[in-house]
Unconditional design. Structure first.
Length: 262
């Protein structure tokens, strides 16, 4: 039998046009997902922290639960159902862990020292402390035990969910489509945005303190994005993040239960 030569696959102009169109639609679709990812946490915070603030504790907690569940399901559902990728299991290596611990302890130490020697007795902080206590009571976590339990949840679980959301999804999607610097900057500003709503509620949205604290959040987000890029693991950023959150709740505990009410 004679040898049958395989003819090279020819891509007709029509097929080539469809491939280009599909790639263009996919790119546009993914940029829309990134935009949603950047603003969704701000909308979630607006819903549960501001719009539902005057509702009963049960309504506020329900709003929080529904909104946060939607936020944290969005990335994995998008990647699996729309992009049709199987999410990779993050390597839980110790690479970057030491840096994450050092950075987290450094930031936590600055926060605790600033509170101890500067903020605790500052008039603007005492005024904000009253509003913080009202918020704590308003969402029904005003007992020391419940507040401590919420602090443990935020430090251990919520910080991991935020790293998965901001570093793995938002930063990860951006870094595949733009430069590293732009991916770090835009993901960190998005990470900062919903914190502006929380901090501004207590200190005022035009207050320099609000923006100082908020830009501190952005810097932290930038460092964690860089660390994730360098290591490919969320372990370092998560450990660093949970140390910072633990310091925040330690300060919150003192505000709620140790500072005298004016």
């Amino acid at each position: 039998m004679g040898r049958v030569e395989r003819q090279p696959l020819r891509i007709t102009p029509l097929i080539e046009e469809k491939l280009v169109l599909n790639k263009s639609n996919s790119t546009r679709r993914d940029w829309i997902a990134i935009a949603v990812g950047l603003v969704l946490p701000t909308l979630v915070t607006l819903a549960y922290f501001i719009l539902a603030a005057s509702a009963s504790p049960q309504v506020q907690q329900l709003t929080y639960g529904i909104a946060k569940t939607g936020q944290f399901l969005f990335p994995v559902m998008w990647v699996m159902l729309i992009q049709r990728h199987r999410p990779k299991v993050w390597p839980w290596s110790a690479k970057g862990l030491l840096f994450g611990i050092i950075f987290g302890l450094f930031v936590a130490g600055i926060m605790l020292l600033a509170y101890r020697f500067v903020l605790r007795s500052a008039p603007f902080f005492l005024s904000a402390a009253n509003e913080i206590r009202e918020k704590i009571d308003g969402i029904d976590i005003g007992s020391p035990t419940i507040f401590a339990a919420v602090g443990v949840f935020y430090s251990l679980i919520h910080s991991l969910l935020e790293e998965y959301y901001w570093r793995w999804f938002v930063f990860g999607q951006l870094s595949e489509r733009t430069s590293l610097i732009k991916a770090i900057v835009f993901s960190s500003l998005g990470f900062m945005a919903h914190h502006v709503l929380v901090i501004g509620t207590y200190f005022g949205f035009l207050s320099p303190i609000t923006w100082l604290f908020s830009f501190g959040v952005a810097i932290g987000g930038g460092v964690w994005a860089w660390l994730y890029h360098r290591t490919g693991s969320l372990l370092g950023p998560w450990t660093s993040h949970l140390l910072v959150d633990a310091a925040i709740f330690a300060i919150g505990y003192q505000i709620a239960f140790q500072i005298p009410t004016n």
